[in-house]
Design a protein around this ligand. Structure first.
Ligand code: MF3
Ligand code: CO
Ligand code: CO
Length: 275
């Protein structure tokens, strides 16, 4: 059975109940998420051939410190970096390192800041220099998947409506949806109930209610959907080594739809893509 609870009367751990947040919480989320969105904007000119993902990670750490925010991934379940950087066939949770980016790479940068106790979680894809047409198409399809998922959000539908919208579009474009990772409730906790699957049917999952806050973060592959996690315990890659892409927004359910907390203030929601 699904239960819902007013956010501030629930214990601060993921017990499976779905928190419903008030307008003060929405304001807190707006601030945390806009800080993350600004960092993602400012990363855009830094993502160039020759730059290491460690350098990008350092920027994310310093930008957070300069604005009173802490990267939520630091020391999260043993993770030691300020963001995730997932290149080419890496699906998610790539660990920043000292290897330089190369012309033609596509890299996802996933940042979560904690500001005043609120979590701002968002990610975007960045082309490194000139990329191949197939890679550009994957980025376009994946961003469209995210926005179709967002467009499905309103009170009264089930979480499955989001997954159905994403899966239908991805597969019509001859791409596949990763099943092993999902979106999640967000707010005072980094990963909370409910899980937001990026595949499935509109009739599945708990009903959306005004005040829910969660992420939508589809991972879409050019090849098959299957992934494996490398021996570092984090890096998830496509089993067939096909290219993978991901974009992530945090949204709050409103009376008639949703508010996207993580929209780019600089119009850079799809950095490096036309439009
Ligand atoms: N930001 C990721 C998400 O969208 C989670 C990263 S957890 C880490 O949920 F430990 F891998 F950094
Ligand atoms: Co997330
Ligand atoms: Co994220």
């Amino acid at each position: 059975m699904v239960t819902y609870i007013e956010a501030f009367s629930a214990p601060m751990k993921n017990t499976g109940v779905i928190r419903l947040y008030n307008s003060d919480a929405f304001e807190g989320m707006r601030k945390a998420c806009q800080l993350t969105a600004r960092a993602l904007d400012e990363l855009y000119p830094l993502v160039q051939p020759g730059v290491t993902t460690d350098a990008l990670d350092r920027f994310v750490f310093e930008f957070g410190m300069d604005h009173g925010a802490i990267p939520a991934t630091l020391n999260y379940r043993g993770y030691t970096k300020s963001c995730c950087t997932s290149i080419n066939h890496v699906v998610c949770h790539g660990i920043p390192n000292d290897k330089p980016l190369r012309e033609g790479d596509i890299v996802n940068i996933d940042v979560t800041y904690i500001l005043d106790g609120w979590h701002g979680d968002s990610s975007r894809m960045y082309p490194v220099g000139q990329i191949k047409r197939a890679a550009e198409r994957l980025l376009e399809v994946t961003h469209e998947c995210l926005m179709r998922g967002v467009a499905a959000v309103k009170p009264g539908v089930r979480t499955g409506a989001i997954g159905e919208a994403i899966q239908q579009f991805a597969e019509a474009e001859r791409c596949s949806v990763v099943r092993d990772f999902c979106g999640h409730g967000l707010g005072r906790l980094f990963h909370d109930a409910p899980n937001i699957l990026h595949y499935g049917s509109a009739g599945e999952g708990p009903e959306l209610k005004e005040g829910m806050i969660f992420t939508i973060e589809p991972m879409i592959n050019l090849g098959r959907p299957h992934v494996k996690v490398l021996s570092d315990g984090w890096t998830a890659v496509t089993r067939d080594r096909s290219l993978s892409a991901q974009y992530e927004h945090a949204v709050g359910v409103t009376a008639d739809g949703c508010e996207i907390f993580t929209l780019s203030p600089g119009g850079l929601d799809r950095p490096g893509l036309p439009g």
